[in-house]
Design a protein around this ligand. Structure first.
Ligand code: ATP
Ligand code: MG
Length: 395
């Protein structure tokens, strides 16, 4: 069956009281943006507390569903058959035609679930259920009614027209992007941070991101990989700014002056400081990382404490309780995994010590950082000043 309309179900945002309009407007905006990337012409309409997508003429059905499935805030996407209200007889006929076309094999159980939005319609929802149910049983003798566990639920909405659907494709859930504040993601080329960024967007946050590279130790191709990851993410997160920071001098300075087993922690602290400088400039309300407790030496609780210490903004770590496999599963689902595992060098791994501290003592770390005083401040300023900004847009 060719559908020209989708009924969009949204969950959590419906309960937001006075803020409901803000949430619905953000959802509408994100849906329109998502559908811009799909072949076809679409009109997104908000009507009587619901969203509809009207598809005009030929369009890419799979593409439209896929795009809508990336819009946070949507819980269900229902391809819906819409026809004029010509009374109950025409409703019965149209529902039978719909079921006939949708289900070749008629050996199934069903129930009809009607809602009467138009209170002028002469039958109430119970009566519609009974009448249409009977019509279906007569038309398709192999079917049976099962009101508890039906194979097929035929939903009917009686409004200014009739709306019939029996498929609810899952949406991404969450809150529409743009309904929370902005967050600064530390985006590496790895598996974790893209997943963390998309997770934060799922709660409605807008993103900005920062990537630290260390040319010539890290290649142009490693940077391109991060840009590619950001582009994949942006089909969920909306467009965002990516700051590319040249971290080479800072890393070399730490390497030369600080104990090698503390390199990673000190480096991570400088990343956080620089990320926070961009965050404050862009009015972000927090930083985001892909860290998870115990994953590597720099992510023990002691290390996280030491890294956290230099930030004044909250640091959001959406993956903190995730196992690596769970993160990989999610990376596969959002489509970043294949890019993340491409083998390009990362600035963290180049200067890594053989035996990094796993339980850094904050006092000792602060003492080591004293060794950088006098040179590092200028380097940090320079790194912030010379950062390249790339505007990331979904493709
Ligand atoms: P990922 O898979 O996200 O790279 P990881 O397992 O490699 O994570 P680390 O290298 O310890 O872990 O990094 C922890 C977090 O620090 C990352 O999730 C990311 O948020 C941030 N980070 C690490 N390296 C960089 C970098 N080069 N640029 C920006 N952020 C980084
Ligand atoms: Mg990494």
């Amino acid at each position: 069956m060719k559908f020209s309309h989708f009924l969009i179900k949204y969950g959590e945002i419906a309960v937001k009281g006075k803020n409901r309009n803000i949430f619905e407007d953000a959802l509408g905006k994100q849906m329109r943006l998502a559908l811009r990337r799909v072949d076809g012409s679409f009109v997104v309409e908000k009507k009587t507390g619901r969203f509809y997508v009207h598809c005009q003429g030929e369009y890419d059905y799979e593409g439209a569903v896929e795009a809508l499935q990336k819009v946070f805030g949507i819980v269900g996407i229902c391809p819906v058959y819409v026809f004029e209200d010509n009374g109950i007889e025409s409703l019965k006929e149209n529902v039978c035609a719909f079921v006939d076309e949708m289900y070749r094999d008629k050996h199934f159980t069903f129930k009809v679930q009607a809602r009467r939005g138009n209170k002028k319609f002469p039958l109430n929802s119970m009566e519609i259920n009974a009448d249409v149910g009977e019509a279906l049983l007569n038309a398709f003798p192999d079917t049976q009614v099962d009101v508890h566990h039906p194979d097929v639920t035929v939903y009917i909405e009686v409004r200014e027209a009739f709306y019939v659907y029996s498929t609810i494709l899952p949406g991404a859930g969450g809150m529409p992007v743009g309904t929370a504040g902005k967050a600064m993601l530390l985006l590496s080329g790895g598996i974790d941070s893209p997943v963390a960024g998309v997770r934060i967007a799922k709660r409605g946050a807008l993103l900005e991101a920062v990537y630290f590279h260390a040319p010539p130790y890290t290649s142009e191709r490693a940077k391109e990989k991060v840009v590619d990851l950001a582009k994949i993410m942006s089909s969920y997160t909306d467009s965002f700014k990516l700051h590319i920071v040249n971290f080479t001098d800072i890393q070399m300075e730490i390497y030369e002056k600080c104990p090698h087993e503390e390199l990673t922690i000190i480096m991570r602290r400088y990343m956080m400081r620089i990320a926070e400088a961009f965050a404050l400039e862009s009015e972000c309300l927090g930083l985001v990382t892909g860290e998870s407790i115990g994953q590597v030496a720099s992510q023990t609780m002691q290390s996280l404490r030491a890294t956290n210490e230099v930030c004044t903004l909250p640091v959001y770590r959406p993956l903190i309780g995730f196992d690596k496999q769970e993160i990989i599963d999610e990376a596969e689902k959002i489509g970043t995994f294949e890019t993340s595992i491409l083998p390009y060098e990362d600035c963290c791994t180049i200067f890594v010590a053989k035996h990094p501290v796993t339980k850094p003592d904050p006092e000792a770390i602060r003492a080591s950082e004293k060794l950088l005083e006098g040179s590092i401040e200028r380097m940090v300023q320079e790194a912030v000043k010379t950062a390249e900004v790339i505007s990331i847009k979904p493709q």
